[in-house]
Design a protein around this ligand. Sequence first.
Ligand SMILES: Cc1ncc(COP(=O)(O)O)c(C=O)c1O
Length: 390
Amino acid sequence: MSELRPRQRAFQAALDEMGRPGSRRLIPTPALVCELDLLSTNIALMADAAASAGIALRPHVKSHKSAFVARRQLEGGAAGLSCAKLSEAEVIIERLVADGYERRVSVLVTSPLVGSASAMRAAALAESCDLIAVVDHFQGVDELATAFEGTGTPLSVLCDVDVGLGRTGVVGPGPALGVVERIEQSPWLRFAGVQGYGGHLQHIVGRDERQTAARESANRLVDVIDALESNGHGVTLRTGGGTGTSTIEFEIGLLNELQPGSYVFMDREYRDALGDDPEGRFAQSLTISTTVISANQKDFVTVDAGLKAMATDAGSPLVVGHERDAQYHFFGDEHGFVTNGPDGVFSRGDRIDLVPPHCDPTVDRYDFFWIVRGDIVLGVADIAARGCSQ
Ligand SMILES: Cc1ncc(COP(=O)(O)O)c(C=O)c1O
């Protein structure tokens, strides 16, 4: 947990009472609140499941963007971290080091890098961590080879494979062979394996449907791996997967490394999709705390969290403790309204906690998490890589 920056001194009252019962009520809202024990349970659950399946865990930083959470994942047995972009990795590594984390961290940047400037940044980053990059085009290989020329250790490079999402990755064995041969021609690069991330699978409703789709995606990756191996290119690392397919990937047994992100916090979108499936067993450790600022209407109360307080791509949040009998509706930039029913359970000044619709982009709207245990504030944790999408 960390020091507050000067502009956050408005939050001093809650910090002055930190560690005391009731201090949670002093958190100025809207705020992102993380239940430490639930976070720890989620981290341990995924680590244990991966270890039992004999699969390495490389959790994705994009969901929390925080060195506080990353460190707990590493200390909980993760083999390394996944980061969406270079700047996310740069900031997290810098922050882990500044906070006294001494182990050298293995970091996979899961998006392809484009341009010589990015490749040069990758070379600089590789001085402070064991960097793994992905490529899906021979020009990306050439840019990295040039940037790493003369460096002491060759850069580990994965071939990113499109397993049906269509976002990035080579499409099919032919282009994969072209990219991998190019990697192996460079003395400054080392071909380390493949990445096949099926983002389109994660929120498929129904375990059977999700499993069938995941098997189809796995088959696409198998086709590429078979072609590479029969041409003499050993595929050591096979990384991919997310929260929604986590247990399914263990059953399929193709990946030897899983890169889930959302499981640390969970959100409404995942709860809707996964229901009681084994992949949905993670606790809701993250909530948006709000305050009722007006309660003069018959059927609803107004809270202080609106469009600015959460990502809206996945619809509305759930009202914690009233998932069935109260609904949140957006009420403009700064406000929302929560239905109150004829018996009116909510009054002016009440705290109402919300389950974020989609955790990753919601986290990116805040500077820090309030870390709590029940009604006690334990501290704050910086969302150090907030905004780091470059
Ligand atoms: C490449 C990659 N890997 C892993 C993940 C983690 O997925 P989830 O948050 O669904 O666990 C993501 C999320 O978007 C991703 O883009």
